[in-house]
Design a protein around this ligand. Structure first.
Ligand SMILES: NC(=O)c1ccc[n+]([C@@H]2O[C@H](COP(=O)([O-])OP(=O)(O)OC[C@H]3O[C@@H](n4cnc5c(N)ncnc54)[C@H](O)[C@@H]3O)[C@@H](O)[C@H]2O)c1
Length: 371
């Protein structure tokens, strides 16, 4: 198989879908790898490193697409790019297909096959390919660093000749991948950390990181299918906000990461709850891109409201391009391992649960997805 890697063109994007290390693995499997010149520059992987790993460098994205059977790309290509594409290739990426239906439709018209890795099922066999978890872990880590940077006090308890400084109180709402990494990072910085999630199973994980689990109970379980949270009813959400309010008010830093797959982010923090926080406190809303856990969040913006800093960062993993690219490249390569196992089989997308869940278009035919 001929695999092509394109330079990412989205503003601020510094990651790349394949690193030289993973080129070596693909070459070992007998794949040919084409890389667009400069593709790894933002993540400090020079063209020379790809060449040494066995890739062939091509001067333009168009040349890479022409030469390859399968293209790796983080973001959906633009309409202009797709118009110039030849027909009948395969795209694998973290495409956020639900946000770019027009790009998927255009690829379909060109007779392409499209796999969107944000649709990977969170099953054990797919863990090594789980791009969303890789990126969420980095985002959880970075969210805490941003909070510490904007906070007007220190995180750890400091005993100095000038007196003892009390540690910051950090509350992390949503204890999935990003939330647990945020808890671990805040603990490492010496903060007093509390965590909360509607899935009862999260309690043990929060506590194992040395944080306290908030003693809030729902009527009924917050767990839905497949180990994920379910979407709460409006009444349950209102009760949840009421119960959370006192913990939010006394926190110095609140990091929100609550998400329900395929649904807009649950609104957990109202303007009134933010107003009850002390001036100088910080909120980081990691769910801004899917609607936000805080009703006042504006994606990509930092606001100071009555002295409380509210950050709603997007694409945080792009600020850690080296490790983010390493993780993505590993995830993508593992995914391509499925193609290697099933190469040559007709209707390959039906031959494996993971390929089935991620395939949106097969040779120009839309695949109906149930979730
Ligand atoms: N800003 C960025 O750069 C960036 C990067 C990566 C991920 N994210 C976002 O971070 C968020 C978390 O990602 P993740 O991979 O950790 O998701 P995840 O599914 O692993 O975790 C989400 C958690 O939220 C919990 N939850 C759902 N509804 C809740 C509620 N009402 N109250 C409390 N908890 C609730 C779930 O039980 C789950 O544990 C997502 O919104 C994701 O899009 C942002």
């Amino acid at each position: 198989m001929k695999v092509g890697v394109l330079r990412e063109r989205r503003e601020g994007e510094r990651r790349v879908a394949l690193t030289p290390e993973q080129v070596v693995r693909l070459k070992g499997w007998g794949f040919t790898v084409y890389v667009e010149a400069g593709a790894g520059e933002g993540a400090f992987f020079p063209d020379e490193a790809y060449r040494e790993a066995g890739a062939e460098l091509l001067p333009s994205g168009a040349a890479v697409v022409q030469a390859s059977d399968l293209i790796l790309r983080l973001h959906s290509p633009s309409g202009e790019e797709i118009r110039a594409f030849p027909s009948g290739k395969t795209l694998v990426g973290l495409l956020q297909a639900w946000r770019h239906p027009e790009a998927i439709a255009a690829l379909q018209e060109k007779g392409w096959t499209v796999f969107a890795l944000e649709r990977l099922p969170r099953i054990t066999r797919a863990q090594s390919m789980d791009v969303l978890s890789s990126m969420a872990a980095l985002a959880g880590y970075k969210a805490v660093l941003m909070a510490a940077d904007h906070f007007v006090r220190v995180f750890p308890m400091l005993t100095t000749a000038a007196g003892t400084l009390v540690p910051a109180r950090v509350l992390v709402i949503g204890a999935g991948v990003a939330g647990l990494q945020a808890i671990a990072t805040a603990r490492r910085l010496g903060a007093q950390v509390e965590g909360y999630d509607i899935r009862p199973a999260a309690k043990e994980q929060v506590e194992s990181l040395g944080a306290k689990f908030l003693p809030l109970t729902l009527d009924g379980s917050g767990e839905g299918t497949g180990g994920y949270a379910r979407e709460l009813t409006p009444e349950e959400q209102a009760r949840q906000r009421e119960a959370l309010a006192q913990y939010v008010a006394r926190a110095d830093v609140v990091i929100t990461t609550a998400a329900v797959p395929g649904r807009p982010a649950p609104k957990l923090l109202t303007a009134a709850m933010r107003k009850a926080m002390r001036p100088g406190s910080v909120i980081v809303d990691l769910a801004a891109e899917t609607g936000g856990n805080c009703e006042e969040s504006v994606p990509g913006q930092t606001q100071v409201l009555d002295g409380v800093t509210l950050l709603a960062p997007v694409n945080l993993p792009a600020t850690l391009p080296v490790h983010a690219s390493q993780m993505l490249a590993r995830n993508f390569t593992e995914f391509l391992g499925l193609f290697r196992q099933k190469e040559g089989s007709p209707a390959l997308h039906t031959r494996d649960e993971i390929l089935q869940a991620t395939c949106l278009v097969w040779q120009g035919e839309p695949i109906t997805q149930t979730a």
